[in-house]
Design a binder for this molecule. Structure first.
Ligand SMILES: *Cc1c(COP(=O)(O)O)cnc(C)c1O
Length: 377
């Protein structure tokens, strides 16, 4: 059996252990310390922003804290992109709020601004203005974020930007993760950089960051004993984990280049296959980190289905996966309102994510290219 080729796997840069050793040598084995501060500074600098970054235990925690800080409480409504990972939507339910799901547009696969505005108008007409909007930059592709921001401003609704997959992506030169009132980054095991597990919240200013970190460290009031007047969470990143993050920041730019090379690799493979479209930026305003490279198969033009291609890859131990199954089609979320048509449902039915890691070897790439060539022939 050939060895497994993963969709996306951790790719260490080399200096991660150095930062972890420093943590051990100085006994900073805690959810605070020089690596946490250093990692936050690195992220802030990379994002090229005046905003503040707080390192957390996960991207999901960042979305949850963003919702709390935006004032979302039980009974509120929160608008969320339907086509995404469930972690975008779960925190809405943690707050006892109701998700309202929005279809994608076909260019970036992200939240459709038209359906967004229609949904806001309809929810207001029904008696409740949504409290927050969660757009996502899927697979690293920036959403139509300036249209979404304009709508959010018009109706004065906060944006919690889910940038978990889009560290290093930009729209009109501005980094994903800096558009929303709050934004979430993720460093889970399969993301473009990883700390094994971890995330960060991006906040507008130091005051907002302080509030986020207060909530993330059990909401301890300023007193000599343990005193609490708010519900707290254990959401802070540890200084060990942050050491991995500092090492990964040294190779982030390189890894973005390698992920983008994978996208070019698939464009070459499928260049003469009319039925297959490799997902790419609609125009020069968009720069994707191409965290995952994806294709859609037009089954009216193809003599194969997406599923047949997926299974052929799997038989050679090459992992690929259908696109995110929309939330409004998930058993746990199907009872909530949905605005749109079937754009994201069609993407789910015809799309496939292909191996995209920055650590794929020349031999592994050859195996993928050969397998696909013989499948197509
Ligand atoms: C990974 C991911 C998250 C969650 O991040 P974790 O760090 O795994 O909690 C949220 N949203 C999207 C779109 C993701 O891909």
């Amino acid at each position: 059996m050939n060895s497994r080729i993963w969709l996306s796997s951790p790719h260490m840069g080399g200096n991660e252990l150095k930062y972890i050793h420093e943590a051990f040598d100085t006994n900073w084995i805690a959810p605070l310390g020089p690596n946490v501060t250093g990692f936050e500074d690195d992220l802030k600098q990379f994002l090229n922003t005046q905003k503040e970054v707080g390192a957390l235990a996960s991207g999901t925690a960042a979305i949850h804290l963003g919702l709390i800080l935006a004032g979302v409480t039980a009974g509120d409504e929160v608008i969320c992109q339907s086509m995404t990972f469930s972690a975008s939507a779960n925190p809405i339910l943690y707050q006892g709020a109701t998700p309202v799901f929005i279809d994608s547009e076909p260019e970036t696969w992200n939240m459709c601004p038209n359906h967004l505005e229609a949904a806001i108008k309809d929810r207001i007409a029904k008696g409740k203005k949504p409290k927050a909007i969660i757009p996502v930059h899927l697979y690293g592709m920036p959403a139509k974020i300036d249209e979404i921001v304009a709508i959010a401003n018009k109706y004065e609704i906060a944006i919690i930007e889910d940038a978990a997959e889009s560290l290093g992506s930009t729209y009109k030169g501005q980094n994903c993760g800096t558009f929303g009132e709050y934004a979430a980054l993720s460093f889970n095991g399969n993301k473009i950089i990883t700390t094994s597990g971890g995330g960060a919240i991006v906040c507008n200013d130091d005051e907002a960051k302080k509030k986020a970190i207060f909530l993330a460290t059990q909401a301890r009031d300023n007193a000599p004993h343990y005193q609490h007047s708010e519900i707290g969470y254990n959401y802070r990143m540890s200084n060990i984990v942050a050491g991995i993050g500092r090492g990964q920041m040294e190779v982030l730019e390189k890894h973005i280049g390698l992920r983008r090379d994978m996208n070019a690799f698939y464009k070459e493979i499928f260049k003469d296959v009319e039925a297959v479209t490799v997902f790419e930026e609609p125009n020069d305003d968009y720069f994707s980190n191409h965290w995952l490279s994806c294709i859609t198969v037009d089954e009216s033009k193809a003599n194969f289905t997406r599923e047949e291609l997926r299974l052929a890859l799997w038989e050679d131990n090459i992992e690929s996966r259908p696109l995110w199954k929309p939330m409004h089609l998930q058993p746990i979320f199907e009872k909530y309102p949905y605005y749109g048509t079937n754009v994201c449902e069609n993407l789910f039915n015809t799309g496939l994510c292909l191996p995209s890691g920055s650590n794929l070897t020349t031999q592994e790439k050859e195996r993928i290219a050969q397998l696909i060539a013989s499948f197509l022939a």
